[in-house]
Design a protein around this ligand. Structure first.
Ligand code: 6PG
Length: 268
């Protein structure tokens, strides 16, 4: 594992997808234990898609194999986004997380805050926003400070359901919004950038060679001046941690790895 660190941004590179998943599961466990020991509840928004499934499965296996697992009664699980399908649909992020993790650990059902995306998208977004405002006891204009938000990265630079050239990218006054995604011909429900950037910690998990070019754009920037949605995730003063495998990191320039803005630390 190589560690590159810049102010509040860290990039950790792992040899392969299994090592990446193991490290991401350990980071989840560390963050949960830290939050519960210091403050009480651990609030986490899970990422959707395929990459996190192995992380969630490892967390479930850890629980099965331990006598004193994670403090699930103090853990509140939310979702970064959801597809507009029923919760038992193969495309549902909730279904993926339930099958891989939530059904296998002793988390109270009241602690699982699902986006009811089987509703009309605007209604689902409004309902979820109300749930966030209630749970985090927010006053007008406030944003929730999640202990951890887990995110993935699309090859087009999207994260959550914040896709390039879509209306949700411009939403700054809402916590949650519906988003029409023409490039996929679907509607989604997603947390907005202000919520992502209010988090105490954001963890991107990126695996695979198909993500390498976009990861280079996101982490190194490029002279096109093009902006990609994931580049707008800058939690401040929160911590931004990229956990990637070598395949996804394969286009990061050697200079990036050794540039003055990152201190490269070999695994101890
Ligand atoms: C989703 C996610 C999405 C995902 C990326 C990467 O609902 O699909 O929110 O942002 O994280 O598309 O997906 P993979 O992990 O499947 O590559």
């Amino acid at each position: 594992m190589r560690l590159l660190a810049l102010s509040n941004t860290e990039v950790r590179i792992f040899t392969d997808a299994p090592a990446l998943s193991r490290a991401a599961a350990d980071e989840f466990t560390r963050a949960a234990g830290d939050a519960v020991s210091k403050r009480g509840p651990f609030t986490v928004a899970l990422a959707g898609g395929s990459t996190p499934k192995s992380i969630y499965s490892l967390l479930a296996a850890d629980e099965a194999g331990s006598t004193n697992g994670l403090p699930w009664p103090q853990i509140h699980v939310f979702f970064g986004d959801e597809r507009c399908v029923p919760p038992d649909h193969p495309d549902s992020n909730f279904r993926m997380a339930s099958e891989a993790l939530l059904r296998k650990v002793p988390i109270p059902s009241a602690n699982i805050h699902r986006i009811r995306a089987e509703l009309e998208a605007p209604a689902a977004a409004a309902e979820y926003e109300a749930e966030l405002k209630s749970f985090f006891a927010l006053r007008a204009g406030e944003f929730p400070r999640f202990d951890l938000i887990m995110l993935g990265l699309g090859t087009d630079g999207h994260t959550a359901s914040l896709f390039p050239h879509t209306a949700a990218l411009q939403v700054t006054s809402r916590l949650v919004c519906a988003n029409q995604v023409p490039q996929l011909n679907v509607r989604r429900v997603t947390l907005t950038f202000p919520v992502l950037n209010a988090a105490a910690a954001v963890l991107f998990v990126v695996s695979g060679r198909e993500k390498a070019e976009m990861l280079r754009h996101i982490l190194q920037g490029d002279d096109s001046g093009r902006q990609y949605p994931a580049q707008a995730v800058r939690p401040a003063p929160g911590h931004l941690l990229w956990m990637v495998d070598e395949a996804a990191a394969s286009q990061l320039a050697q200079s990036f790895r050794e540039g003055e803005k990152y201190q490269k630390q070999e695994q101890k």
